[in-house]
Design a protein around this ligand. Structure first.
Ligand code: ADE
Length: 225
C-alpha cells in the first residue's frame, strides 16, 4: 500500500511513522508513506497556503489553489482509491473503517489546520472524511498518524503473528479479554486457573465469555450494534 500525506507540518508525522510496527511495515516494503509539505505549492514566496474566511470571523482557511495543485500533481503518479480529509466534523474512525481502508492500494490523506480547508475541496476532491474522536486537535497530523497506524498493522505480513490483528479488540465487535504472562503467581495474585489448563477449547470459551462480560460492563453500546 502507498499513502501520500499533504501537510503543513510533516515533522509531526515523521516520528510516529518511523518506529516499531510502522517502521517494520515500511522496511518490509509492505507500506510506503510519503509526506508532502503543502508549502511547496504555496502561492507566493512567503509560503502562503491559507487566507481569511469569507463572511468574517476568527481563524484562517486553507486555500483551494495550493491544495488543488498538490492533489493534481500527486495524482499524476496514479489515481487514488480514496482521498481522505482528517477533520473533527467527519464520521468517527472505527476498526471497520481501518479494515476497509487496509484493502486499498493508494490513499491520499489531507491534514487540515487552522479553521480547516475550503469547502470546495471537500466537495470536489475528498472521498472520505475521518474524525478520530469528538475533540479538536491543533491539526490533522496526529489524527492521520492514528489512521495510518491502524491501517498499516492490518496489511498482510506486517504483524509477526498473522493472527494477532484478528484477535484485537473490536475485530469481532467485542473488547479483547484479559491477558496474563509469567509468573503464574505474583504477590499472591494468581492467573486464572483455566489459562494454565492447556485445554484450548475451554480456554477459548473462557476468553469469549470474558470478552462479552468486559464489553457488557465497559462498552455496552458495542453490544447494541
Ligand atoms: N483535526 C483536528 N481535530 C481532529 C480530529 N478529532 N479528528 C481528525 N482530524 C482532526
Amino acid at each position: 500500500m502507498h499513502i501520500d500525506v499533504i501537510t503543513v507540518q510533516p515533522d509531526l508525522l515523521e516520528s510516529p511513522l518511523s518506529h516499531s510496527i510502522m517502521k517494520r511495515a515500511q522496511e518490509k516494503g509492505l507500506l510506503t508513506v510519503k509526506l508532502h509539505n503543502l508549502r511547496q505549492w504555496a502561492l507566493n514566496k512567503y509560503g502562503q497556503v491559507d487566507d481569511y474566511q469569507f463572511g468574517g470571523g476568527a481563524g484562517m482557511v486553507m486555500m483551494c489553489e495550493p491544495l488543488v495543485n498538490a492533489i493534481e500533481h500527486l495524482t499524476k503518479d496514479g489515481p487514488y482509491d480514496e482521498i481522505i480529509y482528517m477533520t473533527p466534523d467527519g464520521p468517527r474512525f472505527e476498526q471497520k473503517t481501518a479494515n476497509t481502508l487496509s484493502l486499498q492500494e493508494r490513499l491520499l490523506i489531507i491534514c487540515g489546520h487552522y479553521k480547516g480547508i475550503d469547502e470546495r475541496i471537500r466537495e470536489h476532491y475528498v472521498t472520505r472524511e475521518i474524525s478520530i474522536g469528538d475533540y479538536v486537535l491543533s491539526g490533522g497530523e496526529l489524527a492521520a498518524a492514528v489512521v495510518i497506524d491502524a491501517i498499516g498493522r492490518l496489511l498482510p505480513g506486517v504483524l509477526g503473528d498473522e493472527t494477532s490483528a484478528l484477535t484485537d479488540s473490536f475485530q469481532d465487535g467485542l473488547l479483547a479479554p484479559p491477558v496474563y504472562t509469567r509468573p503464574a503467581e505474583f504477590k499472591g495474585w494468581k492467573v486464572p486457573e483455566v489459562l494454565l489448563s492447556g485445554n484450548p477449547k475451554i480456554i477459548d470459551e473462557w476468553r469469549y465469555n470474558q470478552a462479552v462480560e468486559r464489553t457488557r460492563t465497559r462498552r455496552p453500546d458495542l453490544l447494541d450494534e
